[in-house]
Ligand binder design. Sequence first.
Ligand SMILES: C[S@@+](CC[C@H](N)C(=O)[O-])C[C@H]1O[C@@H](n2cnc3c(N)ncnc32)[C@H](O)[C@@H]1O
Length: 879
Amino acid sequence: MGKAQKKTGKGRLDKYYKLAKEQGYRARSAFKLIQLNKKYSFLESARCCIDLCAAPGGWLQVASKTMPANSLIVGVDLVAIKPIPRVSTFAADITTTHCRNLLRGELKDWKADVVLHDGAPNVGTAWVQDAYSQSELVLMSLKLAVEFLTKGGTFVTKVFRSVDYNNLIWVFNQLFGKVEATKPPSSRNVSAEIFVVCRDFHAPKTIDPKFLDPKHVFKDLAASAPTGDKGSNANNVQANVFQPEKKRRRRDGYGDGDYTLFKAVGVADFVRADDAIAVLGSVNRMAFETEEEKEWAALDITTTDVKANFDDLKVLGKGDFKTLLKWRTALREELGLDVKTKHADELTEVVEITQDVDEDEQIQQELERLNAEASARTKRERRRANEVKQRTIQRMQLQMTAPLDIGLEQTDPTLALGSEDVFDLGDAERGLRKKGGVSDFADRDDDESDEEAESEEESEEEEVLDTDEERERKTQALEGDLDGLYDAYRERLAERDAKFKVKEARQKNKEREEWRGIQEAKSDGSDDEGDEEGGWDEMQKAKTRNDDSSSDDSDSDEGEVPKVSRKRPRPVEGDGKPSKKVRLLTKLEEPKTVSRTSRATDVWFSQDLFADIDGLSEEGEEGDEDSEDEDTESQFGGDEEVSSSSKGRVSPLSDEDDFEVVPQEPDDTEMWDVEGENEDEAKQNHIRKHGLLTAEAVTLAQQLVNRQKTKTDLINDGFTRYSLNSKDDLPSWFLDDESKHYMANIPITKEAVSALRAKQRALDARPIKKVAEAKARKKFKAAQRLEKAMKKAEGVTQTDDMTEREKAQQVEKLMRKGLSKGKKDKKEVKLVVAKGANRGLKGRPKGVKGRYTMVDSRMKKELRAKRRKEKEIKKRKRP
Ligand SMILES: C[S@@+](CC[C@H](N)C(=O)[O-])C[C@H]1O[C@@H](n2cnc3c(N)ncnc32)[C@H](O)[C@@H]1O
């Protein structure tokens, strides 16, 4: 378990872990300080440094290495720190006065140039709670820092991005000249930690104790936020509804006179509330108690589900909250509480009765209304895309990512990051406005004047819409809002998680392969799935959309059309949109080939030889006709290359005038689908690369080959309970989840698994290239030697100077040489032990012929022992 966690989780042994090991640092965190110091250079000149929360001592090691000799370095932690040269350490809790006294004792009259703090409470419970204690610890470390820091000194602290973050930064700014938040590369992206480097300590004579009081500093967050919709409390209740899995802590304690944990209200409070979501997020139960409420309970729209949901709101999921909000919308309309709708209805009625509008005018009005709606929609989309683009740029510039799953990000002026909670109220609001607005949310406009103008525009729009449309829009707005938030969440996930991006891309590829048919059917551009994709792709799309719209709103395809198409307008369909088929044709290579062939034909038949032959002129004419066709085709395509090639030809139609509109004939002939072909090729490549690599694939293949399965079986197997689920109108987060887990298991067989294993073993057993090459070389040389020997032997047999016997002897000798391994047999070297008469002998010992080596007696013994051992090993190996 532990091991698996280490590989994938935070404890992953990354390059910094290895580097730390290599360089003898006790913790990988040492590199964070190295990188921070590289950026701000505060250690080189420091003479005294205090490291608060220093165990196991990585930072202390860095300080000791980097700071000048004879500097004073003091480390403190809850746990004891193993000794480090030039560093004095002690164990204490930095939040206590005992620790402060010990520090005072260590420093005596000295003041610290640098105070470091990398503390992390060892809580490991809910993130929110962790973050809270972390913030407190930061404040405690600041308290020590301000006491011990010298004027102009530096305080480096780790802060977690949480709701308290801004408050901490504010406090730092009061006490230091320069405050910068940064995330060193060695800090993992998944980690919510940020390092704040506060330089140029003001060292004021007195510091308002409130600055260092957690109760005051963190309480301010709630206090400073405007009461009502945008307070942290409101944020929390919002979050409780949009992201019910993550319950928020109430940091600000109980409200005045509100000292109970369990809260129950009447359903009417929810129905009549201005901020329905706030009510949903803050109470435990709603009951149908009054007469009026009981009447509501009896209505058809009040299903048993709705009643059950009201019974215990704290256990509800996002979907349940959505049901309740829909129910409320429906009820409000029935009760006539939705003033705007009613107003619109009344207006419509009055117009109908008093004015006898003629039909043309009605159509005109309708058209205008639709146009206004369309332009408002475009505006909204553009604005959304702009927002996304802006955010992306900021993040990319800062190379920063935020915690994956906390959903509690705050506006960060230092980092210029926006308030983009996963399911943030702001997002919700914006999302709703974009979708057409729900009155509850529309009420909560922020100050931005353009936003206000837009919402006014939208509210005007709303008045014109009839009740059904209104209801539909509200429902869509709610769903769109939740989907939008989910998309934003995925977007962020994609940004910070490279693996996720790869997975997304793979997923997309898979979809394309599996559902090519559907994609083709969607060639009208209404790629719903694409809309649902979050993350990087979505952002890119948004960017493109935005760029297109900013360059030319009226025709977003304009950018893709080659210049020549301006001269030759593309054929348009009735609705004025360029036909997709036309776009497809631009990629066709076919016309080029045709044109080339006919040009070659022209050249060929232009020879004098063919001058007088009848029928050629007709052919030429035919050719012209062809060229006309080609031109028409190239016009369809608007392909510059194609048209230029046709321009080169001797044809009356190659004139510039030909760029006049040529009406497009309905084309019934089936075109060569280049895109399809590419896809096929891609698929083939995929198969070539990934072929029968999984046990499932091998199982199926074996079954097919062994006739255990037929095509019909395969088709039938395709119809599982998973295959016929409709994906219409389902939110993207739901579909995503389904695509991961809701699928049929393809059975695998033992045989398939062992076949795969055997294949792998064979692959493993294959000699490496170099060995194979060496073997081949050896073989080749042997063949060469043999051939040479045979030639020589032939020469010997043909000579007359030798007797038959001599010839035979010679041939045998040659062949032996040819078959030998090539290397001349090494002459044996005789070992002569230098003992007795041979001791200290210079020159050849007596009675020794050939090559010899004088050796120590020991060497001979060792050689013998070695041979003996080898023999024994061989013996043992034999069965
Ligand atoms: C991330 S580690 C510090 C690593 C250190 N910077 C290094 O490079 O080795 C956080 C440390 O904070 C310590 N810590 C947490 N709360 C503390 C407290 N109240 N007083 C002192 N140390 C504390 C923990 O014991 C832990 O060793």
